[in-house]
Ligand binder design. Structure first.
Ligand code: TRP
Length: 349
């Protein structure tokens, strides 16, 4: 192999990114990450990972994970990821991820993990659930290893770029530190990957909460029907109560955050905002506009998804072929890692 950090036979730099299979994906995933994946998929050699080693929180409900693997694949196909040009990889079917995790665990200090703010917040949430009613669980060992595994995920295809949501940035920083250390102490084989956050780093939920998330039940899912979208938008939080034709503050009404994020007609949104602050615009009008805009964005998702749902063997092929390609580059990297760490014990005699 020429330069392990450089481009391979495709002549393209590599992307690795992933999502945990926990259920259907929503507009927050789209605006925060998926949109970038679709945009960059031809420019880069892409590995899109379904991170099923990373769902220890659903260990008591594996059937949900299994269903979600297919859901995620369908959502990806729906938004327009091309499973031939890029690789859909099921993480646990590339066991090299577990292997590299074990080697990396030799070198990464626990303190590095403890400083990771995403991890801290998640552990806190496990021990003290947000609703304050359910009793907390104890933190599984997998919680200490999953950030190491995420580093292994990114290093595995020797990725140059990691397009993700904002909450994933600490993991990428950890990956960069790891790549630097490994390259310095052993052999230079890993590019130091860059993070790329989407246009809308954090989308508010339909209830006005700062983050759209399944656990809060405030999502608009990529697979929602036109009617479901209309219903969810009708039920959206639209700022503090106002009388008919009463002016309001744009930044108190999250519907505008959605229009900013998704309405391609910027002039119209600017006009609505101006009118809203001067003479008032009813939430009904804003919601009708938003429904139209979202359904127009999502119609092509629905069409593509329906095509695949009618022929699930195509989805299986996408997963099979992608995972095979993911494994091929993983094997290549593990050769490099074993060589760098000088692990060829049997070569001695
Ligand atoms: N932690 C990511 C999430 O919760 C999923 C993920 C796993 C990932 N491995 C990754 C993201 C590697 C980017 C790169 O969605």
């Amino acid at each position: 192999m020429n330069d392990p950090m450089g481009v391979g036979p495709s002549g393209k730099k590599r992307i690795l990114t992933g999502i945990r299979p926990t259920g259907p994906l929503h507009l927050g995933h789209y605006a925060g990450a998926l949109e970038n994946w679709v945009r960059l998929q031809r420019e880069y050699e892409c590995y899109f990972l379904i991170a099923d080693y990373q769902v220890s929180d659903f260990a008591d409900d594996i059937s949900r994970v299994r269903d979600a693997v297919w859901e995620v694949a369908l959502d990806w196909l729906g938004v327009g990821l091309d499973p031939e040009g890029s690789s859909f990889v099921i993480e646990s079917l590339v066991p090299e991820h577990a292997e590299l995790t074990t080697w990396l665990a030799w070198f990464l200090p626990v303190g590095m993990l403890e400083r990771n703010p995403t991890l801290k917040a998640e552990m806190e949430a496990i021990e003290n659930p947000e609703d304050g009613k359910t009793k907390g669980r104890s933190v599984p060992v997998a919680f200490y290893t999953y950030p190491v595994m995420q580093v292994a995920n990114i290093l595995m295809p020797r990725a140059h770029l990691v397009p993700v949501g904002e909450d994933q940035l600490p993991h990428i920083e950890l990956t960069r530190e790891t790549a630097r250390r490994f390259n310095r102490e052993f052999k230079p084989i890993f590019p130091e990957p860059e993070a790329l956050v989407g246009r809308v780093p954090r989308l508010v939920g339909t209830d006005g909460n700062a983050k759209m998330s399944k656990s809060r039940g405030n999502t608009i899912d990529l697979k929602d029907s036109r009617e479901t979208v209309a219903k969810k938008v009708r039920g959206m939080y639209g700022g503090p109560p106002r009388g008919m034709n009463e002016a309001g503050k744009v930044d108190e009404n999250p519907i505008f955050l959605y229009l900013d994020a998704f309405d391609p007609d910027h002039a119209l949104v600017a006009e609505l905002k101006e009118r809203y602050e001067k003479s008032g615009v009813g939430n009904k009008e804003l919601k009708e506009r938003l429904t139209l805009v979202l359904n127009e964005l999502m119609d092509p998702f629905r069409e593509r998804r329906a095509k695949y749902e009618a022929n699930m063997s195509l989805v299986r092929e996408a997963l099979e072929h992608g995972t095979k390609r993911g494994r091929a580059i993983a094997r290549e990297t593990m050769e490099l890692v074993r060589d760098a760490l000088d692990l060829n014990y049997l070569g001695r005699y």
